[in-house]
Design a protein around this ligand. Structure first.
Ligand SMILES: [Zn+2]
Ligand SMILES: [Zn+2]
Length: 589
């Protein structure tokens, strides 16, 4: 087990302990140790061998023993006892917004509610409102939350699902019966969350490869045969791992088929039928014979289509576009020249301004925008106006000392992530706002406003000439929290009108603006920067997830503000500050 896997078990011990009413100090100790391990770079195995696990912050002798056990045998007796004690369904209940462990415990202890179904029945019967610590409002929220939890049950965010996929992919590729293997499905289409991990393997003996997969031990789930050449593994938390094994000559078609989406495959099948071909799970055929497919481009070419990148295969007009040669050259991570939304130790970030700058330069970027929290964001160390001035002095000094000149110069921009206050005002007086190179405006409070009021709030901010770009425009947290109610179309239309950019917040928990809206925003001429919302130097790597979303939104590089060269960005920001409103229709430098 690696540190993160150990941390996940400790976290679960804390959660299960809370549900079973264990000593709260113990519970908190496990939770704290989990956080330590998540962030640690220490070599746990070495520490365990030396008996020095207690040198880690927050790790006492009892927890050290659990960690050592996990490292040695891959499981913990205490963890398994707790698991046996707590009904599986309580995990689902915990995912309902507003139901913490305390309330879930009450539901279970007082009413024996241990599943979403029982909870729904009790809430509909009005029994939940009567429980201590609940009430009619909570009961209503529970009912609303049920739909959200059902929709997200068994799904994982992209990075976690991808990590799993790579794990199984490596196993497949290393197996002697397997000639080639690829990731397909939602992950290959770079969906923000995935319900399943889909893999395709080529083997001269597909049945043997399936048998080997079914015999795979230590995956913590139940494997089953799912038809000829197919195996399916259900992991404990509901995620499915599907493997299809085919003969090598069928591999390309099988990968394309397993990549989907269903709507895209249907459109391809219709196209094939028009040309006297047949396209289905067995591949592309003409008469009774397979059309040989050396690669996916050959598949699309056989159908008279330009190649469609997996990200676009959502049944949203991509087949028609491919027929007319209108598939854009999609933005790539290497197109980025910098980024705008980052936090430092001035607010709630972990790295200093200088560390962030060097990390950005180390990625080959030419600029980095620092956007710490604004004064009302007390929870995140928001900056009072006087501290803004001090930070600006630091940034100016850094640019002067380290920015360099000419071709290779690097620039730190002075930005802010200003709260959009409930009345739609930006969280600094105008003279302070004017001192920034650019302003990101984000909603961080009063999420419960009705849609009309929330939309008006954001529209007022968008109409403010000091606003450069809108941050995480719906506030959603994938699989955790739905976004607030807001008329996204109206916000995009207003951003187009006022020349305000809308970020794709690339934090994999957010990916907000949703890619389903990105294409519309770009069509309206709105610039869409990909911003990492980095709170550490490593957080800068989030941009890769944001580029996935940008690609799913059909964006080419010029529509992504941070693919622009430094000088073009400087001109854009300067124009913006003078009330100009250049958009994506501006010629790309
Ligand atoms: Zn934010
Ligand atoms: Zn932020």
């Amino acid at each position: 087990m690696n540190a993160r896997e150990v941390a996940a078990v400790l976290e679960e011990i804390a959660m299960l302990g809370e549900l079973t009413g264990e000593n709260p100090f113990r519970v908190r100790a496990f939770a704290a140790a989990a956080r330590t391990l998540e962030g640690t770079t220490a070599d746990l195995d070495a520490l365990a061998r030396a008996g020095e696990l207690t040198s880690l912050p927050g790790v006492g002798p009892a927890i050290a023993e659990t960690i050592a056990e996990l490292l040695a045998v891959g499981r913990s007796g205490q963890h398994e006892r707790l698991r046996a004690e707590v009904p599986v369904g309580l995990h689902d209940l915990l995912r309902i917004p507003g139901l913490g462990t305390k309330r879930v415990r009450t539901l279970y202890a007082e009413r024996g509610i241990d599943s979403l179904e029982r909870l729904e029945a009790a809430a509909r019967a009005g029994e939940v409102a009567a429980l201590p610590g609940f009430g009619a409002k909570t009961q209503q929220k529970v009912l609303e939350g049920l739909g959200f939890v059902r929709a997200s049950a068994g799904r994982r965010r992209y990075p976690q699902a991808m990590e799993l996929a790579v794990h199984f992919l490596e196993w497949l590729r290393a197996h002697p019966a397997v000639a080639a293997a690829e990731i397909a499905g939602e992950l290959r289409r770079r969906m923000e969350t995935a319900a399943s991990v889909d893999l395709v393997a080529a083997s001269p003996d597909p049945a043997a490869a399936v048998d080997a997969f079914l015999a795979l031990q230590g995956t913590g789930g139940a494997a089953e045969r799912a038809g000829e050449g197919r195996a399916s593994l259900r992991l404990r938390d509901g995620v499915r791992v599907n493997v299809r094994c085919v003969a090598p000559e069928r591999f390309v078609a099988a990968v394309a088929w397993a990549t989907g989406s269903a709507a895209h495959l249907d459109a391809l099948a219709a196209r094939a039928a028009e040309r006297g071909l047949r396209w289905d799970a067995d591949g592309l055929r003409h008469g009774g014979a397979d059309v040989p497919l050396p690669d996916e481009a050959a598949l699309y070419a056989a159908l008279g289509l330009a190649y469609v990148p997996p990200e676009l295969r959502e049944g949203m007009g991509e087949v028609a576009a491919a027929a007319e040669g209108r598939i854009p050259r999609l933005v790539e991570p290497a197109d980025l020249r910098g980024t705008f939304h980052c936090h430092t130790t001035w607010s709630d970030g972990k790295a200093t301004v200088a560390e962030m700058a060097e990390a950005a330069r180390g990625r080959g970027w030419r600029y980095l925008g620092i956007a710490d929290h604004s004064r009302s964001a007390g929870y995140a160390g928001g900056l009072a106006s006087t501290r803004v001035r001090a930070q600006h002095r630091e940034i100016d000094a850094w640019n002067a000392a380290h920015g360099g000149a000419g071709e290779g110069r690097f620039r730190l921009f002075k930005g802010t992530e200003a709260d959009i206050l409930p009345d739609g005002a930006l969280d600094y007086p105008d003279d302070v706002l004017a001192a920034f190179d650019y302003v990101v405006g984000s909603v961080h409070s009063s999420f419960g406003m009705p849609e009309r009021a929330m939309t008006d709030r954001v529209l007022r901010a968008v109409a403010n000439p000091r606003l450069t770009m809108l941050g995480h425009p719906t506030g959603r947290l994938l699989l955790t929290r739905e976004g607030y109610s807001i008329d996204v179309r109206a916000v995009i239309d207003a951003a187009a009108e006022h020349g305000v950019a809308i970020e794709i917040n690339a934090d994999p928990h957010r990916l907000d603006l949703d890619w389903r809206w990105v294409r519309y925003a770009a069509e309206r001429g709105v610039l869409v920067p990909v911003n990492p919302d980095a709170h550490s130097t490593r957080g800068l790597d989030n941009v890769a997830f944001g580029v996935n979303a940008a690609r799913k939104g059909w964006l080419a590089a010029p529509q992504v503000l941070n693919t622009w060269e430094l000088q073009a960005v400087e001109e854009h920001l300067a124009q913006r500050k003078q009330g100009g409103a250049p958009g994506a229709d501006r010629p790309h430098p």
